[in-house]
Design a protein around this ligand. Structure first.
Ligand code: SAM
Length: 232
């Protein structure tokens, strides 16, 4: 019988009132990644094919850190890990959390509104891009007129998918285009997200979407989605 290793959940020491403390949606992603990695493959991709991984909207850095723990466990998994966020305070906290987990500057952090501040050298380079985006419609927020940093964790714009829509539209430029390597992106959506609208954006960008799992959390269902390019 194959023994499934116990991989550590990252320790989160630094967070602040403007940042998203890891929650059910963060762990839906991490649990899926931990349970779909073997000594040979990550969710069906050969480990050797994975060179660059991006955690978009990293917040406290939890998802990027979970990939460092996966790297530590599987010797054939050797990607460079990038993490980005639009909030400077997120990058600061994520750096502290990296040290708190005893990793020394292994993550490359990028302060950026989606991909706007990414160097062009990173185009066509990521094998895995993960995003746990803000997905609530602005009207669901208490302070619709007076937004603050904290709202960036939740506020998906008027329809709830504006940030996600822009992300999906920009994604293809940054995914590794070589079809044999099956680059993909994972993101979270909620039963409160308009799934028809997501599908329209996905189709327009010639991607395909699959829902990998669904979990009920209090007042909503959370979905883990995978996006892949149609084979070239
Ligand atoms: C729901 S939180 C997820 C945080 C963390 N990845 C997790 O799973 O716990 C969403 C994150 O996206 C970031 N974010 C919001 N809009 C963004 C944008 N336009 N570009 C990059 N990051 C953004 C927020 O600052 C926040 O850290």
């Amino acid at each position: 019988m194959v023994k499934i290793p116990e991989i550590k959940d990252p320790i989160i020491k630094a967070c602040n009132e403007a940042l998203y403390y890891p929650s059910d949606d963060s762990y839906l992603l991490i649990d899926y990644f931990y349970s779909h990695t073997t000594p040979e493959s990550f969710d069906g991709i050969k480990l050797e094919f994975i060179n660059n991984i991006l955690d978009m909207g990293t917040g406290t850095g939890i998802i990027a850190l979970s990939f460092l723990y996966l790297k530590q466990e599987y010797q054939n998994l050797n990607p460079h890990i990038y993490a980005s966020d639009v909030l400077e305070s997120a990058i600061k906290c994520a750096r502290i959390n990296e040290k708190a987990n005893n990793f020394q500057e292994e993550i490359t952090f990028i302060l950026s509104d989606l991909f706007s501040n990414f160097p062009s050298s990173l185009k066509n380079s990521f094998d895995v891009i993960v995003f746990n985006p803000p997905y609530l419609p602005s009207s669901d927020l208490l302070n619709e007129t007076k937004k603050n940093d904290k709202d960036l964790c939740w506020d998906g714009g008027n329809t709830g998918i504006e940030i996600l829509g822009d992300f999906i539209t920009q994604l293809k430029d940054f995914l590794h285009q070589e079809s044999s390597k099956n680059a993909r992106s994972y993101f979270i959506s909620s039963s409160r997200t308009d799934s028809n609208k997501i599908d329209k954006i996905v189709e327009k960008n010639e991607l395909k979407r699959e829902i990998l799992c669904k979990k009920r959390f209090f007042f909503e269902d959370l979905f883990l989605n995978r996006l892949e390019m149609f084979s070239i």
